[in-house]
Design a protein around this ligand. Structure first.
Ligand SMILES: [Ca+2]
Ligand SMILES: [Ca+2]
Length: 151
């Protein structure tokens, strides 16, 4: 169980253990889960003092993708991890579960394969469409930071 403290990584933006990057807070989950379980665990962090739910992370830019990737490698070496996107109709076009537009992608060579519903970072290779229950994976939760909420 994570217990946020009022200490904030030296920045008054995200409560520890959440990590700040460009107006968002992130949580890197060390216990692997299936996709749907991971999404529920992210939502459970929404008691955090700022409004809006935590969800599995979306990625808006190459810089954000790199931030998450480098942080994830520190936590989990080269392991796979979930992103918060699904392709419900298997046409290869994913949508972010937080409703943001998918203007940036970083799929591995030969991916997506148009036959799996969930999105993962596939080790060091890039993004990949994969079965949501392929196996338990690490995951990243994200929400907007609210700088004014930190007293
Ligand atoms: Ca689709
Ligand atoms: Ca695939």
């Amino acid at each position: 169980m994570i217990t946020p403290s009022k200490h904030t990584d030296g920045q008054c933006k995200c409560l520890r253990p959440f990590v700040y990057f460009e107006s968002n807070c992130y949580y890197f989950a060390n216990v692997p889960r299936y996709f749907d379980e991971a999404e529920e665990i992210c939502k459970e962090f929404s008691y955090h003092t700022t409004p809006g739910p935590y969800l599995l992370a979306s990625v808006q830019t190459a810089e954000e993708n790199t931030f998450i990737y480098e942080r994830a490698r520190q936590h989990w070496s080269t392991k796979d991890y979930w992103f918060g996107a699904k392709d419900d109709n298997l046409d290869g076009n994913f949508h972010w579960l937080d409703g943001s537009a998918m203007n940036f992608t970083s799929f591995a060579l030969g991916e997506p394969t148009f036959n799996r519903h969930c999105l993962q970072q596939w080790a060091t290779k890039g993004w990949d469409d994969v079965s949501c229950s392929e196996r338990e994976k690490h995951f990243v939760c994200k929400k907007s930071a609210m700088i004014s909420s930190c007293m």
